[in-house]
Design a protein around this ligand. Structure first.
Ligand SMILES: Nc1ncnc2c1ncn2[C@@H]1O[C@H](COP(=O)(O)OP(=O)(O)OP(=O)(O)O)[C@@H](O)[C@H]1O
Length: 770
């Protein structure tokens, strides 16, 4: 089996990597070889965009090569037991990759815990790093630090566990020259005295003279890899910059046919490389001890002997084969004893502790997020139950009452003032032995009597002289409808009772109340219709009762007994409440989690934590716990509002209501995680979660029963995460059914299956996503 020479810290062979596909493919690394000796500083130099960061991220195991191989500290990154990712390496990415809401001390504790360190050990390192890097005050929040201060903290985070291999992507950017020199001095010291290895990229080419080896990179390849002194000597140059220019012109132009510098004209490439395969590797001859001797104990690389004779210049091998990583003849290698990693359980505890503390502090210190978490459920439930389900008020109903006009009156008030209360009066005796009335029943102005029964809060009655005029007001939107009474309304309504079938069509019609309603607003029109019909029944019952007649004869012969479940005249809000509470919790938690991982990825914290050895599982677990607690608070607030403040009725077991609500919240959270791991940007995550909002709401039976949907859509609706749970919750709340009924437990089951499926999908995506 292929292995790596123990004298190498990092060995890259034939590395190729491209981004994109088809015409937009971008070749960033092209059969690149790189060898980093243990106990040395390796300066990786190259123009912006030449692929340095890509190479480093493949080295730390965050990206996969398309071809070629990488060995790090004797193993392949990501392989079990390699320790990479993990505490053996310290990685400082190009971006600051810290949590703005943590203080400097908390940041270093976070990374220390990730590496399995004790609080005492971290404390000691903090004191040391404070002096080395002139860290800002430890209790200052990272987001309040300057760019340079943040970079120092980021650097300290990579150093906190004193790793064997440091991979630093432009650590000195934005730092003053004195601090830069202090950092380089420190790197020289740890490589010399502690036999640590450092790979560093920098844009300050000249500062890289202090490295033991320089890798000059261009267009995805290493143009040269040697000690700075030898490079300068060979090209008779004063500066590394000059060497780079000479090598670049030797390499030839970057292929202009490609839109980036990462692709080169293959025909003109000429690469300097170290012949490791033949065992004549000058770097191996200069084992790490020799390296340090050659550079002087003070790390001054310019004092090394000119060894350019030893360097093999060779054409890039036409067959593309690269030297092996186990290049022989490496006698005298000073190998560093590997510090044992803390046991798995300690690492796991450290990871979970760090991730949980970070996530909780982040949320607690984010006032906007806290407001979102605590105010929204209260606000949304409050708004829903206050706004929905109430009867409309303040409408206008047009009345054309010819009965009044025939008496030269313009309103019922005028009639009342002149003739007393309208309606019926019974006089002239008691009922006979069979219960039949024997007296007289006189009726007066029944139109006004009926109008009194209408809900005056719901609609103001406005009198119009002409029917056309009243209709115009309704057409103009000023009125919800028109009620018309004929001049002989009272007479013919009474005649209906007394003479029934003997009346002509015209006489029957004169005893009717024609109504023209504006049904453009379905809810208003329907509520008005029901209100008028209910008012008529009440009027008719009263009228007949007063006349000692059976009040039922005035009603249609269909009688609704007390409902089997629910109440007479149910409130829409009560019908919608189960669906509303579940979809609300579902989407509140989706919103809470949908961007959480994207933000971490964009900040670089995700990558950095994974390089520190955190697994995607651990990260997801910590998020599930943190977000789960928040979701719990949201669900509790929503339920308190619904049942204690708005007194929504629930005849079933409250424990089932609470568990189903929490389960739905968990599913919403899992959906949020799914969005978070499958979308690249916050914008696309927002589109995805908002885009799913309407289909789920519309099809879950909250607004319209699914029985009213086409069959195919009904099936789709049944598989959505909140449809069956809504039915289930309605069955618990309004029917009082328990979990033993399939109509209840299926809702729980489907919701749980959704949660499990979504979290599994997240794990699969996280496993394969690089
Ligand atoms: N995820 C990605 N998808 C597509 N292209 C990418 C991606 N990451 C990097 N690139 C492109 O790959 C090329 C190399 O990028 P890389 O970050 O490795 O360069 P670099 O040498 O580190 O640059 P700099 O010194 O400016 O940091 C650039 O053209 C960059 O735009």
């Amino acid at each position: 089996m292929e292995s790596m020479s123990p004298s190498y810290a990092v060995c890259v062979r034939g590395a190729s990597k491209a981004y994109g596909s088809g015409k937009k493919v971008l070749n960033v690394l092209e059969r690149l070889d790189m060898t980093v000796q243990k106990g040395s500083i390796y300066g990786l130099l190259g123009a912006s965009g030449c692929g340095k960061t890509t190479l480093l991220s493949c080295t730390v195991g965050r990206r996969r090569l398309d071809a070629g191989s990488v060995w790090v500290l004797g193993g392949r990154p990501g392989e079990p037991g390699s320790g990479v990712p993990g505490p053996r390496i310290g990685y400082m990415p190009q971006d600051v990759a810290l949590v703005g809401e943590l203080t400097v001390r908390e940041t270093l504790l976070y990374f220390g815990w990730l590496f399995g360190m004790s609080d005492d050990a971290i404390g000691e390192r903090i004191v040391f790093l404070q002096q080395l890097l002139d860290l800002p005050p430890l209790n200052k929040f990272v987001k309040l630090l300057s760019g340079g201060q943040q970079r120092r903290v980021s650097f300290a985070a990579a150093l906190v566990h004193d790793p064997e291999l440091l991979i630093l992507d432009e650590p000195t950017v934005g730092l003053d020259p004195i601090l830069r020199q202090a950092i380089w001095d420190y790197l020289v010291t740890i490589t010399r005295d502690d036999h640590k290895t450092v790979i560093i990229t920098t844009h300050y080419i000249e500062e890289a003279k202090q490295a033991h080896t320089i890798g000059l990179m261009r267009a995805g390849r290493l143009l040269a890899e040697d000690s700075p002194s030898r490079l300068l000597g060979r090209y008779g140059s004063e500066t590394l910059e000059e060497v780079f220019l000479i090598l670049s012109s030797n390499q030839g132009p970057v292929d202009q046919g490609h839109d980036d510098p990462g692709t080169v004209d293959q025909g003109s490439v000429e690469t300097l490389s170290v012949d490791q395969g033949a065992g004549t590797l000058p770097l191996s001859a200069s084992s790490t001890e020799a390296l340090h001797q050659a550079h002087g104990s003070n790390g001054d690389l310019n004092s090394s002997p000119n060894g350019h004779d030893a360097l093999a210049l060779q054409k890039l091998r036409a067959n593309g084969k690269s030297a092996a990583c186990n290049g022989g003849g490496l006698g005298g290698v000073h190998d560093v004893p590997v510090r044992p990693s803390p046991p798995f359980s300690a690492m796991f505890k450290g990871h979970v502790k760090a991730l949980l503390v970070k996530s909780f502090l982040r949320i607690l210190r984010h006032l906007g997020a806290l407001g979102f978490i605590f105010i929204f459920p209260v606000l949304e439930v409050g708004v829903f139950f206050t706004a929905i389900g109430g009867d409309p008020q303040g409408l206008q109903l047009s009345v054309v009452n010819e009965e009044l006009y025939a008496m030269n009156l313009t309103s019922c008030d005028q009639y009342r003032a002149a003739f007393g209360a309208p309606g019926s009066t019974y006089s002239g005796g008691t009922d006979d032995d069979y219960g039949q009335p024997v007296g007289n029943c006189s009726v007066r102005m029944l139109s006004c009597a009926f109008l009194d029964y209408l809900d005056h809060n719901m609609a103001n009655q406005v009198y119009y002289k002409e029917r056309e005029e009243a209709l115009s007001a309704t057409k103009a939107g000023d009125s919800i409808g028109v009620l018309y009474f004929s001049p002989n309304f009272t007479e013919y309504l009474e005649a209906r009772r007394l003479y029934g079938s003997e009346l002509s069509e015209d006489e029957v019609e004169q005893g009717e109340i024609p109504i023209w309603l504006d049904m453009s607003n379905r809810q208003l029109g329907t509520i008005m219709t029901k209100s008028i019909v209910d008012s008529y029944h009440a009027f008719s019952r009263d009228l007949l009762g007063r006349c000692h007649a059976n009040p039922k004869i005035g009603e249609i012969p269909v009688h609704f007994e007390d409902p089997v479940y629910g109440v007479d005249n149910p409130n829409f809000a009560v019908f919608a409440a189960p669906g509303i509470i579940l979809t609300m919790i579902f989407f509140l938690t989706t919103g809470l989690t949908a961007t959480v991982m994207i933000t971490e990825r964009q900040e670089g914290l995700w990558d950095r934590s994974l390089v520190a050895g955190v697994t995607a599982w651990e990260s997801l677990l910590a998020h599930v716990v943190t977000q789960g607690v928040l979701m719990g608070i949201q669900a509790a607030l929503a339920l308190i509002m619904m049942f204690l403040v708005f007194k929504v009725p629930c005849v079933g077991y409250m424990g089932d209501v609470i568990s189903l609500t929490f389960l739905t919240g968990m599913t919403g959270m899992c959906f949020g995680f799914f969005v978070s791991v499958s979308c690249e940007t916050v914008t696309s995550a927002n589109f995805m979660s908002l885009g799913s909002f309407y289909p789920i709401i519309l099809l879950s039976g909250v607004i319209w029963p699914i029985e009213g949907m086409p069959l195919l859509l009904r099936w789709v609706a049944l598989f959505l995460p909140t449809t069956l749970s809504t039915t289930s919750l309605r069955n618990i709340m309004l029917r009082g059914w328990s979990l033993s009924k399939p109509e209840v437990y299926v809702g729980f089951l489907v919701t749980a299956v959704w949660a499990a499926a979504l979290i599994t999908l997240c794990m699969i995506i996280l496993k394969y996503r690089k």
